[in-house]
Design a protein around this ligand. Sequence first.
Ligand SMILES: NC(=O)c1ccc[n+]([C@@H]2O[C@H](COP(=O)([O-])OP(=O)(O)OC[C@H]3O[C@@H](n4cnc5c(N)ncnc54)[C@H](OP(=O)(O)O)[C@@H]3O)[C@@H](O)[C@H]2O)c1
Length: 353
Amino acid sequence: MKFEITLKKNTEMNIPNLMKQWELSDFGLNNLKLNTVPVPTPGPKEVLVKTAAVSLNYRDHLVTSNGMGMPLAFPFVPASDMSGAVVKIGSRVSRFKINDKVISTNIAGWIEGPAPSPDIAPSLGGMGPGVLAEYVCLPEDWLSLAPKNLSPVESATLPCAGLTAWMAVFEKGKLKSNETLVVQGTGGVSLFAAQFAFSIGANILLTSSSDDKINRAKSLGISAGINRFNNEDWHHNVSQLTSGRGADLIIEMAGSENLQKSLDAVAQEGRIAIVGVLEAADATLPIFKVLSKRSSLLGIGVGSRKSLEAMCSYIDLHEIRPVIDAIYRFEDSPKAFDHLKRGAFGKVVIEIQ
Ligand SMILES: NC(=O)c1ccc[n+]([C@@H]2O[C@H](COP(=O)([O-])OP(=O)(O)OC[C@H]3O[C@@H](n4cnc5c(N)ncnc54)[C@H](OP(=O)(O)O)[C@@H]3O)[C@@H](O)[C@H]2O)c1
């Protein structure tokens, strides 16, 4: 009898029938409203998570503004990256138990190996479901255990920004400790990339729109900052700072003419990890320069769950703490989106009490 009572307590965690969820009724943040909806019930292979925190990515700004070319259905719940605790599991769930601390995977169902097509593995907060809600119900394969050493707010920053930097610096970029990395800007992906590079003792150069942000980034171990507003030809500074050799790896964030500058700034046989579209989603490249430098252009599209798990273990082992610019209350989510639009230093996170 005692056993039965304990079991009931563990499997039914005081879950309400209704919850709050931010929904867009159309594109534009003026159409973002906090609505009351039923708490979903997990199917046999699904997990119900009580959301603790949601972090925003630049992509969430693009998706809420214009859908990024995706035919989104309204009402639409934004955001892809969350952390929380498992509160209910379906009858056939085997990977999680009640109270496990979990994070979402950014690209749903990409478990390992090459990325499946977006039809099979949509990204959350895009063609896949969004997470800006008090409870989120997802297939168990779309979740991963959170790092042991991080708070829920910190863990929520990992699925997109953290993993993209991990792929760009390590899994695809293959940065070595005796090499030079250039990171562009002080947003979420760039600062994670700087932290990963610092963890192996690499030389880090950072470009930014502001001297103040460059000074803040010095505490992360960058060896020099280049103000790209005062100095549009930042690639010349990279050349000077590397005695004319250039950088071994560049995390390219902007597209358009910036990619040409990255090509100028990269060393012979160097790598450019193509990550961002902060200026434009296309670029023209001088092919002879690519050929004569024997450069490698690496396309980065977040990463798999296996890579996320490897990154979480690394973060625990190296005691890396995500850089968080601001934490907003769930009720103030539109202010968090405004902050994202202005340009954050690291991550903007929404905490759900
Ligand atoms: N391929 C992928 O898998 C992937 C994954 C995540 C993000 N992304 C892309 O990567 C980019 C950054 O994303 P995020 O979430 O890290 O953004 P974020 O946190 O919003 O960071 C934006 C920061 O980038 C810097 N910046 C703005 N315009 C720039 C420019 N023209 N050149 C260089 N830096 C500029 C600014 O820092 P300063 O003021 O210090 O210059 C700004 O604060 C976005 O284009 C996003 O779509 C791609």
